[in-house]
Write a protein that binds this ligand. Structure first.
Ligand code: JF5
Length: 437
């Protein structure tokens, strides 16, 4: 690949003689040429800049000097079509790994390093019209440098290491492109196993490969959520497995069809009554066995899960309702309702038992970790009341619910009959001890 850099400080690019890029040049994989812009000046002072039209501070680089220089370099050796004219500027599109990959596939690159307040805007306008040429103004980050040279170093290094044969072990590029699947890298460790009192995470020395893969994935997700939450929002939903979703839920995210979104878990408020009734009406029928007639379900929904009922539940000091909502839109995603001082039918004399009477999440969000967070929050709230156990009843036929509650620490302790619309239903009773943490 041919790369030309134009600058008034050619020495600034001498690091490109070193290391991997230097080797790529020596081996002929990279034909990199650095030119002094002042070679194309015509006046005694070798002037490259002038005062800005319209006034203001600083100087602007003259288009005539740049035009002569760029014509000479572009019409020199190297492919004439498929040229990218790259102009580093804080006002450019963000330079990313994707940009580097695109540039690695270009025929040739010419980098124009501006100084002062930048280059007269007609230069990019002009070369954008040149056949076979693409102009890209790129920013390497939201900060200001004195000139484009350091950005040029960044671009050349990022592109050169993608050229075939430049990186010794192409495996490391493959590993990276997994990381480039949108997460920050997990932390790395090597010997010694103990250093200044800091240990290597035990899982990495366990030899348990699957656990190591999972741990690294968790670390990558945690780091990304903490440092670059905007990257979390760009993860495709189908790239996230159940363990990812459970972890993301702990970190305050839920996953819908479009990918992760910030969630909020909070105590329900009176204004939630209508949304709670709407979600209850939607989700309750889905938890009923197929043998239950629709009118029995409808009657239960109309009398126990309507807005007025939820208003009463919300006002009842014996009930704790928690909700999960989309942090941006406020949309209700799921809810739990606990009834305090409600002993399980399997142990009617149990003192200080609380009932998890509702736990529902929008069906399209099932498996997204929201229900687990809601149950954890309900359990904490119950623990603060001093209750010893939390129990629930769920239809015997609802295996999915039973498996979920088991993962939450509930165990089956017996059975009960539960009336829906006047028809007795068989429920399993499950319970979990509640301890103050
Ligand atoms: C430059 C006008 C170019 O400062 C930068 C830069 C920051 N992020 N990416 C590039 O480039 C030098 C400064 C002022 C034009």
């Amino acid at each position: 690949m041919r790369v030309d850099v134009l600058t008034i400080f050619p020495d600034y690019l001498s690091p490109l003689e070193l290391s991997l890029v230097g080797k790529a040049r020596q081996s002929g994989l990279l034909d990199l040429r650095v030119h002094d812009l002042r070679e194309w000046t015509t006046d005694r002072h070798r002037t490259v800049d002038d005062t800005p039209f319209g006034g203001g501070a600083g100087m602007v680089m003259r288009p005539d000097v740049w035009g002569t220089a760029l014509d000479a370099v572009l019409d020199g050796a190297g492919p004439a079509d498929d040229v990218v004219l790259l102009v580093p500027t804080p006002a450019g599109e963000v330079f990313t790994q994707r940009t580097a990959e695109e540039l690695a596939g270009a025929g040739r690159i010419v980098i124009a390093c501006g100084r002062y307040e930048g280059i007269d805007a007609r230069v990019t306008e002009h070369y954008a019209q040149r056949p076979g040429t693409t102009v890209r103004e790129v920013s390497i980050g939201d900060y200001v440098l004195n000139g484009g040279e350091v950005a040029a170093l960044v671009v050349v290094e990022a592109v050169a290491r993608l050229l075939p044969g430049v990186v010794g072990n192409p495996e490391s590029l493959v590993e990276e492109s997994h990381g480039a699947a949108g997460l920050l890298e997990y932390p790395n460790y090597t010997k010694p196993a103990q250093w200044r009192g800091h240990e290597v995470p035990e899982v990495l020395t366990s030899g348990h490969h699957a656990n190591i893969v999972r741990w690294r994935r968790d670390q990558a997700l945690r780091r990304t959520a903490e440092r670059r939450p905007e990257l979390i929002e760009r993860l495709p939903a189908d790239s996230l497995d159940r363990a990812d979703r459970t972890l993301l839920a702990e970190l305050g995210w839920y996953v819908d069809a479009n990918g992760p979104r910030p969630a909020e878990i909070r105590t329900a408020e009176p204004h939630d009554a209508a949304a709670l009734a709407e979600l209850a009406g939607l989700t309750f029928p889905l938890a009923c066995p197929p043998t239950l007639p629709a009118d029995a379900i409808a009657e239960f929904v109309a009398t126990q899960l309507d807005e007025a009922s939820f208003r009463r539940y919300l006002a009842d000091p014996q009930r704790i309702i928690d909700v999960a909502t989309d942090r941006r839109t406020g949309e209700l995603l799921g809810y739990t309702m606990v009834v305090l001082d409600s002993p399980p039918p399997t142990d009617p004399s149990a003192d200080g038992a609380a009932e998890l009477s509702k736990c529902y999440v929008r069906p399209e969000l099932h498996g997204g970790g929201i229900a687990g967070r809601l149950v954890a929050r309900s359990r904490d709230a119950v623990a603060r009341t001093g209750a010893q156990q939390l129990w629930l009843g769920t239809n015997v036929a609802n295996r999915r619910a039973r498996r979920f509650y088991e993962r939450c620490g509930f165990a089956v302790v017996g059975k009960r009959r539960f009336e829906v619309g006047g028809l007795p239903q068989d429920d399993v009773v499950m319970s979990t001890p509640v301890t103050t943490s």
